[in-house]
Design a protein around this ligand. Structure first.
Ligand code: SF4
Length: 370
C-alpha cells in the first residue's frame, strides 16, 4: 500500500578525495569540470521531478561519497533550486578533513543560509590511531575544528559517525569517542559495526587487521548503547542514537517505509509504490540515463522488516491503519519466545527488539516473518 505523504529527497554525491579501505559505496575522484556537469544533471533532474509531481520536499539529504567535496557554491546552487516545505530538514554529509582544508566560515554560512540545518560528519572515531587505520586523514583536533566551523554557522543539529569493531579499539576507547561526541555538543550519533565488504582492501588483509572477534564486537555494541544512553543519546534505531527531538527525520522516512526520491548515480527511490534506482555510473547519469525498475515496494513484509529496525518497533495500530489488518497472531507468539531470551519486547499487540535483539535482528525478523 502506498503512503500519501510528500517524499523525502536524497541526493547522491559520489565523489571522494581517496578511497577508505573498508568502503564499497559508489564513489570516485573527480575534477572540477565533472563536478560542474554532475551538479547540473542533479539540478535538471530535481526540476523535472518537481514540475512533474508538484512536490515540496519535507526533508533533503545529501549523502555520498563526500557531499562536502562538491564545495559550498555547488551545494548552494542545488539547494536554491529545491522546493522545500516549511521546516524542511536539510542534511549534508561532510568529511572533517575536507571541511578543515577547503571550507571557510563563509562557505558554511552560505550553506546554512541556503537552508542546510543538519550536518552529518564521518568521524568514525575520536582516537587518532583508530582513525588512521581506517584511512582517515584528519585527527581528533581537525574533527573538533570542523565541529566548530559547523557550530559557528549556527548549525547546532549535527551528527557524528562512530564505527565499532575497528582495529585497536577497546570498550575504553569507544567510551572516549562517545565522551568526545557529548562534549562537542553532537545531537546525534550513528554507531555502526565495521563490516568487511567483498572486494575492499580490508578484505584482502582481513587476517592481518587484528579485528575483534564476534563476541567482542557484540560486547562493544552493547557497551556503546549503554554509554550513549548515559550521555543522553537515546537509541531510536539499530545504529542511531540522538538527544530526544533530534532523530534524523529523513532516515525515519526509510525506516517507516514512506516514500523518497533518490537523485544521482546509484541513488535508490521508492515513489508511487515503485522502487527504482540509477546505475553506478556518473557519466550515464550526466548523459541522462533513466533509472532502472526494481519492482513494487511497501508490502507488509518490507514494512515490518524496516519498522523492526526502530526501537519503537512494529505497532499494531499503524499496521491496521496502513494495511487494514492486525499484526498476525503467529508473529506475536514467536516474539513471545524471543522475549524469554531478552531479544524482543511484546505487550500482546506490538513488537520491538531490544539492543541484544538488534545484534541478531536479521535472523529474528526472518523468523518472525517466516
Ligand atoms: S569518505 Fe565515506 S564514501 Fe568516501 S571512501 Fe570513505 S567511507 Fe567511502
Amino acid at each position: 500500500m502506498m503512503t500519501t505523504d510528500s517524499p523525502g529527497l536524497y541526493i547522491h554525491i559520489p565523489f571522494c578525495a581517496s578511497k577508505c579501505p573498508y568502503c564499497d559505496f559508489y564513489s570516485l575522484k573527480a575534477d572540477e569540470e565533472t563536478k560542474d556537469r554532475y551538479t547540473h544533471a542533479i539540478i535538471k533532474n530535481i526540476i523535472l521531478k518537481q514540475e512533474q509531481h508538484g512536490i515540496s520536499f519535507p526533508t533533503v539529504y545529501f549523502g555520498g561519497g563526500t557531499p562536502s567535496l562538491l564545495g559550498s557554491k555547488r551545494l548552494v546552487e542545488i539547494l536554491r533550486k529545491i522546493n522545500k516545505s516549511t521546516d524542511c530538514e536539510v542534511t549534508v554529509e561532510c568529511n572533517p578533513s575536507d571541511l578543515c582544508e577547503n571550507w571557510t566560515p563563509d562557505d558554511m554560512l552560505a550553506l546554512a543560509d541556503a537552508g542546510a540545518n543538519r550536518i552529518s560528519m564521518g568521524m568514525q572515531s575520536a582516537i587518532d590511531n583508530e582513525r588512521k587505520k581506517l584511512g582517515r586523514r584528519a585527527g581528533k583536533k581537525e574533527v573538533a575544528k570542523a565541529v566548530e566551523l559547523v557550530k559557528n554557522a549556527g548549525i547546532d543539529n549535527f551528527s557524528l559517525d562512530l564505527m565499532l569493531g575497528i582495529p585497536f579499539q577497546t570498550t575504553d576507547t569507544i567510551r572516549e569517542s562517545i565522551e568526545f561526541c557529548a562534549e562537542s555538543g553532537a545531537k546525534h550519533v550513528s554507531s555502526y559495526l565495521l563490516k568487511i565488504e567483498q572486494g575492499t582492501p580490508f578484505e584482502k588483509v582481513e587476517k592481518l587487521l587484528d579485528l575483534p572477534d564476534e563476541d567482542e564486537c557484540c560486547d562493544m555494541y552493547l557497551a556503546a548503547c549503554e554509554c550513549l544512553e548515559e550521555h543522553g543519546y537515546k537509541q531510536y534505531e539499530i545504529s542511531n542514537f540522538s538527544v530526544p527531538g533530534y532523530e534524523s527525520r529523513h532516515n525515519l522516512i526509510y525506516w517507516d517505509c514512506r516514500e523518497y526520491l533518490g537523485i544521482g548515480a546509484s541513488a535508490h527511490s521508492f515513489f508511487d509504490g515503485k522502487r527504482f534506482f540509477y546505475e553506478r555510473d556518473i557519466n550515464a547519469f550526466i548523459d541522462g540515463a533513466k533509472p532502472i525498475d526494481d519492482g513494487e515496494g511497501g508490502s507488509f513484509e518490507e514494512y515490518a522488516m524496516l519498522r523492526l529496525r526502530l526501537a519503537d518497533g512494529l505497532k499494531n495500530d499503524s499496521v491496521k491503519a496502513r494495511f487494514g489488518f492486525e499484526i498476525p497472531a503467529e508473529m506475536l507468539e514467536k516474539s513471545r519466545l524471543f522475549e524469554k531470551n531478552g531479544l524482543t519486547v511484546t505487550d500482546g499487540k506490538n513488537i520491538s527488539l531490544t539492543p541484544k535483539g538488534f545484534l541478531v535482528s536479521n535472523s529474528i525478523t526472518a523468523s518472525l516473518l517466516s
